[in-house]
Design a binder for this molecule. Structure first.
Ligand code: KG4
Ligand code: ZN
Length: 383
């Protein structure tokens, strides 16, 4: 520190943001107040956090229907924003800025939230911060705990499965991703196969509560493959074959078989996530700077997954940081915080660029690390 910096007064900034999230099937809005001292986040208050889940609208189709999602966001977004503002006791004039998910996600939904944010920003003379949904998840643990950079992030949601070295705001290095399905997608497809309905993850977790995981031996994917990539499609096929084997003559599975298969799947998925994460932990431990594993995304709400990751951290002398489940699944608070962090760091786009920002269906958080064999689907890696 120079003599000049030593004598400079501390710079304290408080940002209060409305965050809007509409990238999948949750219409969400939140108001967050974040305090920074000399650019470092020192305090976060979530003043409100409203989520309107659309599960019922999609139930009959066994998955999220993009057109229905977009229409439901249009119908709900104004009310959800009004609720978030009212329960925070905030007026638009009190806000520092409006942040909205600008991608990646279902583009029709992203368009609704981003357009609503643009309209609010324009009519109240506020800055607009378009936010990468994955950056929202990556920073979500900082809503409740002041985890310092750098840390290892395991992002496990319905559309994404990634291990990322979070070196700082906007500095992400991808260590691994899925070569086929995302972790949440595997939970959702397994739930559908077992007739448990949607959202699959929580239903698998609750069905598995009454089951015996040891009854079936499911494969552990990629055991001999080096690196930190994931794969869930083999597990999904094994579950399908197991379910077909156990149906009665009417094509139905008995309740105990459903519970046991759900438990066996959950345990295999958790072990797979933990095994690949262990490799990234070992790799970053050599660096010496890393000691925190942050888990984010909807699947991070799963207790069996969290326990498996806690064991990995215990063995390595690391700390596991898992945000409360309301901040693991999609929410507006993480988007507001990511917007505040970008404003504080001077990394938000100019107002002209923000106004022109187009919704993005694909927007990778981090490019693949050169020399690593990341997989891809028909349209490129899902994550
Ligand atoms: O992060 P999120 O809310 O939305 C996306 O960005 O995808 O994640 C949703 C995913 C769904 O696949 C859901 O089934 C899964 O997270 N999920 C869970 C649990 N709660 C939500 N998976 C396993 N166990 C849970 N308790
Ligand atoms: Zn998400």
């Amino acid at each position: 520190m120079t003599a000049f910096e030593e004598n400079a007064p501390a710079r304290k900034e408080i940002f209060r943001l409305l965050g809007i999230e509409t990238s999948c099937d949750d219409t969400a809005a939140a108001v967050v107040e974040a305090t920074f001292l000399n650019g470092d986040l020192i305090e976060t208050h979530v003043l409100s956090n409203e989520v309107w889940a659309q599960h019922d609208a999609h139930a009959a189709y066994g998955g999220v229907v993009p057109e229905i999602a977009a229409r439901s966001h249009v119908e709900r977004v104004d009310d959800v924003v009004a609720c978030a503002m009212a329960s925070a006791g905030a007026d638009f004039e009190d806000l520092s800025a409006v942040a909205a998910t600008a991608g990646p996600g279902l583009v029709g939904g992203v368009m609704v939230g981003l357009t609503a944010a643009k309209a609010i920003a324009l009519s109240h003379g506020l800055p607009l911060v378009p936010v990468n949904h994955l950056e929202g998840h990556a920073l979500s643990a900082r809503l409740t705990a002041l985890i310092p950079f750098p840390y290892l992030l395991l992002l496990i949601s319905g559309g994404h499965t990634q291990l990322v070295a979070v070196e700082g705001l906007g500095r992400y290095r991808r260590l691994g991703t899925t070569i086929d399905d995302a972790a949440g997608e595997a939970f959702d497809k397994t739930a559908k196969l077992l007739g448990l309905g949607q959202p699959g993850g929580p239903r698998i977790e609750s069905a598995a509560g009454g089951g015996r995981a040891s009854r079936y031996d499911l494969p552990r994917p990629l055991q001999r493959r080096p690196g930190c990539d994931f794969s869930f499609s083999g597990l999904k096929t094994a579950v399908r074959l197991l379910a077909e084997e156990h149906v009665d003559k009417n094509g139905a599975l008995d309740g105990q078989a459903v519970a046991d298969i759900a438990a066996a799947f959950q345990s295999a998925a958790a072990e797979h996530l933990a095994a690949r994460t262990r490799r990234a932990v070992d790799e970053l431990s050599r660096d010496g700077e890393y000691g925190h594993l942050v888990v984010a995304g909807g699947v991070a709400a799963n207790c069996v997954v969290k326990s498996a990751l806690a064991r990995v951290c215990d063995e390595a002398g690391w700390r596991l940081v898992a945000p409360p489940s309301r901040y693991c699944t999609d929410n507006g608070a993480m988007i507001a915080l990511a917007g505040a962090e970008r404003l504080a760091a001077g990394l938000a786009p100019t107002s002209e660029d923000a106004r022109a920002f187009a919704p993005r269906a694909r927007w990778p958080l981090a490019p693949p690390t050169p020399g690593r064999a990341h997989g891809g689907g028909r349209k490129g890696p899902k994550a």
